[in-house]
Design a protein around this ligand. Structure first.
Ligand code: NAD
Ligand code: MG
Length: 392
């Protein structure tokens, strides 16, 4: 039996992962499941899968989780340290599907015990790609992409020589405001930003899709996963979200990955790798689809793409600063404290200030520096937001 743990089990990717695992109960032993506020769902999942351990990251919810699991024999823990500790339980395959930089430490812990890390948590790679990959290498562990675009690139590379790759194209739906007039964007509300034309995902990544911060993170993720140069990585807007990525080779051939917008495909590929198994995803009817569109992304509408490219040039701790500032700007937008277009202004201001102070340079990335940069960028984002509000 394969021992599996799921971090962020109660979220969108976590639920899709459990959907696949639950179809094959004799194949998997579920070790740890972690979640946040939704302890009712976490307890239900832990009972249904007969997990060894359930952990909520909120200490104040430990009692409620314990009540809901009483008599089940399932161990209960709570708090951020308990989440990291859960990654220490021996497992063969670990799904990293916590949202945000909070996914970094559990991911590292899982790699340290040599587990295969299926990585949906792109923020870990953006903040600390060098450390994550170094840790995997040191412990002989694999990091497998789960983000749909990166799974697509990975699949297009099977059997290929990476030095034959000329370019990689990742697609973006364009999110909720793709076709809005530019002058309306500053007035966009969190509620409007929380809708996605094609994918059903967690709230934070949905807003990041509307602002293209998600695609900005994914540009960096592409570089960290596969080692391509920034100039080799392109973004195109593809409103149908059916072509997830394309890899272009030196002979001019483009290998595209085409599939329905259903994360169970990418999760299933990482779960079954190196095999392909039958997956419960829709089979596309190309004739019914009829046409696929591709457009150039507008950097005025989506400044996050330009900022991500700057981060790829600066490297060092710029990824941690970019992600920390972005996470805080997103909190402030969701709380109604800054406008939609202010998010990019906040992130830009944080990056500029930290670079001017030489705070983003590092020769060899250390975890303490990544954590400190993340905290500092969040603080700086608050200051930038206060300035923006005063000026407007
Ligand atoms: P979600 O918001 O639906 O779920 C997030 C999960 O993380 C929940 O279980 C939540 O309880 C937990 N969590 C939140 N904050 C936490 C913290 N501080 N400590 C511990 N646990 C915490 O998010 P999602 O859409 O499932 O996305 C998860 C990750 O996968 C993100 O990194 C996202 O960018 C990535 N991703 C998601 C999709 C998708 O289709 N949803 C696609 C590609 C990549
Ligand atoms: Mg993606």
């Amino acid at each position: 039996m394969r021992r599996v743990s799921i971090f962020g089990a109660t979220g969108s990717v976590g639920v899709s992962t459990i959907d696949l695992i639950a179809r094959d109960p004799e194949k998997y032993k579920v070790v740890a499941l972690t979640g946040g506020r939704n302890v009712a769902r976490l307890a239900e999942q832990a009972r249904a899968l007969d997990a060894e351990l359930a952990v909520t990251c909120f200490p104040e919810l430990k009692e409620e989780l314990a009540d809901r699991l009483s008599g089940s024999g399932i161990a209960v823990e709570a708090g951020p340290e308990a989440v990291v500790e859960a990654a220490n339980r021996p497992a063969d395959w670990v799904m990293s599907a916590i949202v945000g930089a909070a996914g970094l430490l559990p991911g590292l812990k899982a790699l340290e015990q040599g587990a295969t890390l299926a990585l949906a948590n792109k923020e870990s790679l953006v903040c600390a790609g060098e450390i994550l990959m170094r840790t995997a290498h040191r412990h002989g562990a694999d990091v497998l992409p789960v983000d749909s675009e990166h799974s697509a690139v990975w699949q297009a590379l099977v059997g290929e020589d990476i030095s034959d790759v000329e370019r990689v194209i990742i697609t973006a739906s364009g999110g909720a405001f793709r076709d809005w007039p530019l002058e309306d964007l500053p007035k966009a509300t969190p509620e409007q930003a929380c809708t996605h034309p094609n994918w059903s995902m967690g709230q934070r990544i949905t807003v990041d899709s509307a602002s293209m911060f998600n695609k900005g993170l994914e540009l960096i993720e592409t570089r960290e996963f596969f080692g391509f140069q920034p100039a080799q990585i392109e973004v195109v807007v593809h409103p149908q979200s059916l072509v997830h990525a394309l890899v272009g080779f030196r002979d001019g051939a483009l290998m595209a990955h085409v599939g329905p917008p259903d994360m169970r495909h990418a999760i299933g590929y990482a779960l079954n790798y190196p095999q392909r198994r039958s997956l419960p995803v829709e089979r596309l009817d190309l004739v019914e689809i009829g046409a696929l569109e591709f457009r150039a992304p507008c950097e005025i509408r989506w400044p996050a793409l330009r900022l991500a490219r700057e981060v790829m040039e600066i490297r060092g701790l710029a990824g941690a600063a970019f992600n920390g500032a972005k996470e805080r700007a997103l909190d402030l937008f969701l709380a109604g404290r800054i406008g939609f277009t202010d998010m990019a202004a906040v992130v830009e201001s944080v990056l500029e200030a930290m670079q001017a102070e030489d705070a983003l340079k590092c020769d060899r990335m250390r975890l303490e520096d990544v954590i400190e940069t993340d905290h500092f960028a969040r603080k700086r984002a608050d200051e930038a937001a206060r300035r923006i509000n005063k000026d407007s």
